[in-house]
Write a protein that binds this ligand. Structure first.
Ligand code: ADP
Ligand code: MG
Length: 626
């Protein structure tokens, strides 16, 4: 085109597009759900803006918040149109030419090796999946603040933008035209598209229409001869009486109908989804499969895995809201990357069915950012800005309840797992019930391996729920036999007279098992917890006690193992030796030299003071790893 401006894709985007174009990835279907998801996002945005500015939606068709899919079989074009916010020229250049989100290069890297495009939507580059099925794509867009533009590209490293002077005006919104590749003909089949929308886009909250053909019986005028006959017959009607008299039986049979029935193809908008807000339904009526599908669409996680757990509830009282929370089957690759900088709550906030934001970090504490889900509140005001909403008092109450429900859900995950017997007051019947549930077997270990670190970070950060979180803690110990165990289990195994919970920190279980600090404890049959994750050192600075038992690091001063009558005697008889020893070692090397009751074979150990850092912590601080 004459007036087209040419642009080059950001190198990263070009690389991604090359991979997509040359991909042998078999599940090309994913492009449709990405386009529908973008259309839905765009509709969410305009609906949100219209809360404070009614005018913005316009009137008539423009105000209809819907998605339309149309096929042109002859030209092999599939188009998807929304009446969403649209894109200005600047938006088109920025959004469809560069990659905003970080972590994309990690994705590109991964795709090059695995070829799995399923997670593309999670990386903020879903749009480019159009090139799985199309070799030429046009994006026609009209934003309220700009003219209508066409973005186009054949994925050859460049794209062009022109002011649109030839297409029908969109009013507002975006139409994506995919010029399908030869081998992508299946996407011109209506049945295929219906099937895909059902499968992947069922939970989109805007109506999705397909311009669908329909075979209908229509009555058309009978052919020429017939109609002339008809005319004749009507002519004869004028002399009815006469005719009646003369009418023979034959004449009546010969009389032909005025019209005849034929099949004809007509087109009409067919609604493909029923726009049901799953969270408004009674949890009893929602099937497991529906929750799973809802999770997939919410999390843009279209792997075949089910979420590990979910909780669907209604909160009543001062602040009313409905919520659905999910524990994903897997942690995202970057969950703990830049943990302290990123505000990445994965909850979508709705107010009275209207999507407000998925960037509200006030809804959940950081350590629960691995949860996916949605909150819909009737209490929050609708017609205020995001910033004002963010400060609304109700959010604190919502947050508190969400945390409580989330922790309950995780606790249940453990309780229902037949491999877990951590809950000491678990009823016999509960255990039995879960035993025949194979699916739940080992699910808590799976949870722990994916998200255990989050629970530990929670103990560090959330003093209010520290005890609840400590209940969810799992670790190995000198008695756990290579399996994970819990604090409740530890306590149930404590020796009579044992007051403290013993633990030791280090870099690996193998290293710790050989530690001289354990000699005596092992011999006396005390259980010692192994903490081998760097975060554990921080954790134990916050976790002081559990169920009235203190935690004692066995490599630190203050270890008490029951009373031994000979302790005092020993202390007395070695007094001279310890005194000499202390003076022999300069005082800035050691604080004190004492007779120990923690050793068996090893002659002596260096112990850290009660309030100082453990030797392991010293190492961690030196390497500065968390
Ligand atoms: P993501 O949706 O995760 O941001 P995409 O690659 O799917 O990533 O889309 C990139 C961006 O392009 C979107 O963030 C949005 O700004 C813009 N965009 C895509 N499709 C539309 C659309 N139908 N209407 C308005 N903007 C769109
Ligand atoms: Mg997208």
């Amino acid at each position: 085109r004459n007036n087209a401006e040419k642009f080059e894709f950001q190198a990263e985007v070009s690389r991604l597009m090359d991979i997509i174009i040359n991909s042998l990835y078999s599940n090309k279907d994913i492009f449709l759900r990405e386009l529908i998801s973008n259309a839905s996002d765009a509709l969410d945005k305009i609906r949100f803006l219209s809360l404070t500015d009614k005018e913005i939606l316009g009137e008539g068709d423009a105000a209809k918040l819907e998605i339309q899919i149309k096929l042109d079989k002859e030209k092999k074009i599939l188009s998807i149109r929304d009446r969403g916010i649209g894109m200005t020229k600047e938006d088109l250049i920025k959004n469809l030419g560069t990659i905003a989100k970080s972590g994309t290069s990690a994705f590109v890297e991964k795709m090059q090796t695995s070829g799995d495009l399923n997670l593309i939507g999670q990386f903020g580059v879903g749009f480019y999946s159009v090139y799985l099925v199309a070799d030429y794509v046009e994006v026609i867009s009209k934003h309220n603040d700009d003219k209508q533009y066409v973005w186009e590209s054949t994925a050859d490293g460049a794209f062009a933008i022109s002011e649109d002077t030839w297409n029908e005006p969109l009013g507002r919104g975006t139409e994506i035209r995919l010029h399908l590749r030869e081998e992508a003909g299946e996407y011109l089949e209506e049945s295929k598209l219906k099937d895909l929308v059902k499968r992947y886009s069922e939970f989109i909250n805007f109506p999705i229409y397909l311009w669908a053909s329909k075979e209908v019986d229509v009555e058309i005028p009978a052919d020429e001869d017939d109609s002339s006959d008809e005319e004749e017959s009507s002519e004869t009607k004028s002399s009815e009486e006469e005719e009646d008299a003369e009418k023979t039986e034959d004449e009546v049979i010969e009389k032909k109908p005025k019209t005849k029935k034929v099949k004809e193809t007509t087109y009409e908008w067919e609604l493909l989804n029923d726009v049901k807000a799953i969270w408004l339904r009674n949890p009893k009526d929602v099937t497991e499969e529906e929750y799973t599908k809802f999770y997939h669409s919410l999390a843009k996680d279209f792997s075949d895995e089910k979420p590990l757990a979910w909780s669907h509830f209604t909160a009543e009282g001062d602040v009313e809201f409905k919520a659905v929370l999910f524990v994903p089957p897997k942690a995202p690759h970057d969950l703990y990357e830049s943990y302290y900088n990123a505000n990445k709550s994965n909850l979508k906030l709705y107010v009275r069915r209207v999507f407000i934001s998925d960037e509200f970090d006030e809804l959940l504490p950081k350590y629960l950012n691995f949860l996916k889900g949605l909150v819909d509140s009737d209490t929050l005001p609708l017609n205020v800005s995001r910033e004002m909403l963010q400060q609304h008092n109700s959010l604190k109450t919502i947050k508190k309840k969400l945390i409580r429900k989330a922790l309950d859900m995780i606790r249940k995950l453990a309780e229902e797992d037949p491999d877990e017997f951590s809950n000491k007051d678990k009823k016999e019947s509960d255990v039995e019930k879960s035993i025949d549930n194979d699916e739940k077997k080992g699910q808590y270990t799976k949870f722990w391996n994916e998200f255990g670190k989050s629970i530990k970070l929670g103990i560090i950060e959330d003093a209010t729920n520290r005890n609840r979180l400590a209940k969810l803690l799992r670790f190995e110990s000198t008695k756990s036999d290579g399996k994970l165990t819990s604090l409740d289990q530890y306590i149930s195994r404590m020796k009579s007279g044992q007051k403290d919970i013993f633990y030791i920190t280090g870099t690996s279980k193998e290293q710790l098992e050989k530690s001289p600090f354990l000699e005596r404890l092992k011999k006396k049959n005390y259980e010692v917890i192994f903490f081998t994750d760097p975060v554990d050192e921080y954790l134990m600075q916050y976790l002081m006690d559990y169920e009235d038992k203190k935690f004692q690091n066995v490599s630190k001063e203050g270890l008490k193992l029951g009373k031994d009558s000979k302790d005092k005697e020993f202390k007395e008889s070695f007094k001279e030796l310890t005194k000499w020893w202390k003076s022999a070692l300069a005082s800035d090397n050691v604080d004190d030299v004492k007779v120990s009751n923690r050793l068996d074979d090893t002659p002596c150990v260096v112990v850290t003071s009660k309030y100082g850092w453990s030797a392991n912590m010293e190492k961690i601080m030196q390497s500065q790893t968390l």
